[in-house]
Design a binder for this molecule. Structure first.
Ligand code: GRF
Length: 216
């Protein structure tokens, strides 16, 4: 069981605009979420989320894949950078890189990700286009624990939006993103408060096994 502590901390990994990061920063400024965001790390030097972090007084660092000969060595350097902050959890917020098994296993049960689809539907990229091409009536987003399987770890919470007549991928993505900003702080809050945890591939909430993702 993760201890309930006032200093529960996260390192957040990003690659882009960082709107989910911003939702988490905003939530930490309310009494609802007791979380210290210890650092934000990007694999892209020009990621907009880095300025959001700096503006909030959070250490903002970049690690460029081009400076490492392979994925293993990049992930090893990333681990060293993360370890300096000794975070309780690692939060992937639009981090557009596949992590190696050694990285994922090293932090097993302590890495979460947000994905723009109702997993297990549409793992990987272009989720909005794929939902539209399938004629899906509902779409949404999922927060899940990260395992070796891409977008395949157990789901904590999902948020849904209806697919509207004449929807395009851009409009659908924007509506899903709004819901992402609600479900990610909610999931982090459940973990930070000690109510929700990952045990050997299962999710436990308030002492009971969670059989289906929570819905918001
Ligand atoms: C989000 O849609 C997230 O689900 C996906 O990448 C996007 C990141 O957006 N993994 P942002 O950088 O948080 O604005």
């Amino acid at each position: 069981m993760i201890d309930q502590r006032a200093d529960f901390s996260a390192v957040i990994l990003i690659s882009g605009d960082g709107s989910n990061l911003q939702a988490l920063i905003d939530a930490t400024e309310t009494p609802a979420l007791h979380l210290k965001i210890a650092a934000v790390i990007s694999n892209k030097p020009d990621a907009g989320g880095l300025s959001r972090a700096r503006q909030a007084g959070i250490d903002a660092l970049t690690l460029r894949p081009v400076d490492y000969p392979d994925r293993q060595q990049f992930d090893a350097a990333l681990s060293v950078m993360i370890d300096k902050y000794a975070p309780d959890i690692i939060v992937l917020a639009g981090f557009m890189r596949i992590l190696t098994s050694s990285f994922v296993n090293r932090f097993a049960g302590r890495i979460i990700n947000i994905h723009p689809s109702l997993l297990p539907k549409y793992p990987g990229l272009h989720t909005h286009q794929r939902a539209l091409a399938d004629g899906a009536r509902q779409h949404g987003c999922s927060v899940h624990f990260v395992t070796e399987e891409l977008d395949g770890g157990p789901c904590i919470v999902q948020g849904r939006v209806p697919v509207l007549e004449g929807d395009c991928a851009e409009h659908l993505a924007a509506r899903v993103l709004k819901i992402e900003h609600k479900i990610y702080p909610h999931a982090v809050k459940l973990i930070a408060s000690g109510r929700l945890e990952y045990r050997k591939g299962e999710i436990w909430l308030d002492g009971e096994r969670l059989m289906e993702p929570l819905q918001i």
